[in-house]
Design a protein around this ligand. Structure first.
Ligand code: RNT
Ligand code: ZN
Length: 418
C-alpha cells in the first residue's frame, strides 16, 4: 500500500477518534452497503433489441467513442468497472438487455433470455436488479403505455410487466440474492390533458393486474417510480409522486425516489424520513438533474451528501436500496460510471463519519450553535483519507490514479469500437 495513503488514514483515524467516531467501524459498514449500478450508462440506454436510442421523455446526448454495442462488450466493460471499484456492487438491468438469436417480443421474454447475465452475476458474486422497459417501443409511441385508452395496448404492457416480474424472481432465486424490480413508465402529456383522472384510474387497474401474483419476497420485491415531467411530457405525468406514494403504501411496495424527478429546487433528501415512516423499504435512483431530468453524472454535490446523510441519520442503511440512474455520452463512459459510483460511496463514507449521537443531542437540547459549528467542521474533516484507504485495502486504484486504468482501457478496448 502507498505509505502516504496509510499514514493519512492513521492521522484521520486519530482526528475522528477525537470526536468519538471509529473509522475502522465505518469502513466495515461501508463495504457492505450495496450500490446498484445501472448497466445503461455504458451503452446510452440502447439495449440489444433494436438499434435505436431511448425515447419516452429520456434522452442520452453525446457521441463519445466506445459505446458498448453487444452484450459481450457490455460485460467486458463491467468486468473492467469491477476491477476499479471497492465495496459491494450490484448490477441493474433493463428488459431491453435481453439476449436472443432471433427477435423476441417484449411481452414474451423469459428468464432464459437473461441466462448469460445470471451466469455473469454468479461468477462475479454480485446481485442483479431489474426493470421492465416501457419505453423505446412502437407500442409506447403515443406516449402512453399502462394508462393507454386502448385496452389492447394496455394488455400488451401488462403482459410485459408480468413477464418481467418472473424474470426478476428467477434472478433473485438463482443468485440467492433478492432482486429489486423497478417499474417506471413514460406515460404523460405534452399539453394539458382533460382527463387526468381517467388516465390515472387506468394506470391503477393495469398495475393491480401486474402485481396481482404474490412472488416470494426473498427472491424479488417491486418498486414504483414517480416523475414530474420529461421531454414531450411537460404538462402531466400520469405516474406522479402522489400517485405512486399512495400506491406503494397501499400495496406494500417500495417507492422509488429519483433525484431528477421533481421540481428543480425540490430535493429527495427531505423525502426519505417521511417515506421511511410509511414504507418498509425505498429504492433510490441517484442522479443529477441540471435543468430537467437530464441525468448528468452524479457529482459530490450538496444534495448527494444530504441523501447519504439522511440514509445514515434515519438508521436506514438496510431499508434504502441505493441505485444510480444517469447517462452521459459526452465523456468516457467508464469514467462516468466510476466517478458517479465512487461519489455515491464517498458521500456514504462521509455520512457514516458523523458523530450522529452527539449531533442529535445538540439538536434536542436546542444547542443549534454547536450543531452548526460541528456540521461545518465535518465538511473539511479528512474523510477523503478514509475513502482512499477504503480503496487501498480493497486493492483498487486510489483517488485520481483510477484515471490511468480508465485511459488504458479506452486506448486498448473502447477506442477500437466502431
Ligand atoms: C426515467 C426514469 C427511469 C429511467 C431508467 C432507464 O425518467 O428515471 O428510471 O431513467 O429506467
Ligand atoms: Zn430513474
Amino acid at each position: 500500500m502507498n505509505p502516504n495513503v496509510e499514514l493519512a488514514y492513521k492521522l484521520a483515524k486519530e482526528r475522528y477518534a477525537e470526536i468519538g467516531v471509529d473509522t475502522d467501524a465505518v469502513l466495515n459498514i461501508l463495504k457492505d452497503i450495496p450500490v446498484s449500478v445501472h448497466c445503461w450508462q455504458a451503452d446510452d440506454v440502447m439495449g440489444f433489441e433494436v438499434d435505436q436510442g431511448a425515447s419516452g421523455g429520456i434522452l442520452c446526448t453525446g457521441n463519445y467513442p466506445g459505446r458498448a454495442r453487444t452484450p459481450e462488450e457490455l460485460r467486458a466493460d463491467l468486468d473492467q468497472f469491477l476491477t476499479l471499484m471497492p465495496g459491494t456492487i450490484r448490477l441493474n438491468l433493463h428488459a431491453i438487455y435481453r439476449e436472443s438469436e432471433t427477435f423476441v417480443d417484449r411481452a414474451k421474454i423469459t428468464p432464459e433470455h437473461f441466462k448469460n447475465w445470471i451466469d455473469w452475476a454468479k461468477q462475479n458474486k454480485i446481485g442483479l436488479d431489474f426493470n421492465p422497459t416501457y419505453f423505446s417501443h412502437p407500442n409506447a409511441s403515443d406516449g402512453l403505455t399502462l394508462s393507454h385508452p386502448d385496452k389492447g395496448i394496455r394488455d400488451y404492457w401488462i403482459e410485459h410487466g408480468i413477464a418481467c416480474r418472473e424474470i426478476a424472481a428467477a434472478m433473485g432465486k438463482e443468485l440467492g440474492n433478492r432482486c429489486v424490480m423497478n417499474t417506471w413508465i413514460p406515460d404523460g402529456f405534452k399539453d394539458t390533458p382533460v382527463d387526468r383522472f381517467g388516465a390515472r384510474k387506468r394506470l391503477v387497474d393495469s398495475l393491480d393486474q401486474i402485481f396481482a401474483k404474490q412472488l416470494d419476497p426473498k427472491h424479488m420485491r417491486d418498486a414504483v417510480e414517480s416523475k414530474l415531467f420529461g421531454i414531450g411530457v411537460e404538462s402531466c405525468t400520469v405516474g406522479s409522486n402522489e400517485f405512486y406514494l399512495a400506491y406503494a403504501v397501499k400495496n406494500n411496495l417500495m417507492l422509488t425516489l429519483d433525484s431528477g424527478h421533481f421540481h428543480p429546487t425540490e430535493v429527495i433528501s427531505d423525502k426519505l424520513s417521511s417515506a421511511l415512516l410509511f414504507t418498509d423499504e425505498l429504492l433510490l435512483h441517484v442522479s443529477r438533474p441540471v435543468r430537467w431530468d437530464s441525468d448528468h453524472v452524479v457529482t459530490f454535490d450538496d444534495e448527494l451528501q444530504q441523501i447519504a446523510s439522511e440514509i445514515v441519520r434515519c438508521d436506514a442503511v438496510k431499508r434504502v436500496n441505493i441505485g444510480l440512474d444517469y447517462f452521459d455520452a459526452t465523456i468516457n463512459r467508464m469514467a462516468a460510471w466510476v466517478i458517479g459510483t465512487r461519489n455515491m460511496q464517498k458521500a456514504l463514507c462521509k455520512a457514516l463519519l458523523e458523530p450522529a449521537a452527539a449531533l442529535k443531542k445538540m439538536e434536542e437540547t436546542f444547542n443549534y450553535t454547536e450543531r452548526l459549528a460541528m456540521l461545518e467542521e465535518l465538511k473539511a474533516m479528512p474523510w477523503q483519507a478514509v475513502y482512499d484507504y477504503f480503496c487501498a485495502i480493497a486493492d483498487k486504484p486510489v483517488g485520481g490514479s483510477v484515471m490511468q486504468a480508465i485511459r488504458k482501457y479506452e486506448n486498448d478496448v473502447q477506442s477500437k469500437r466502431g
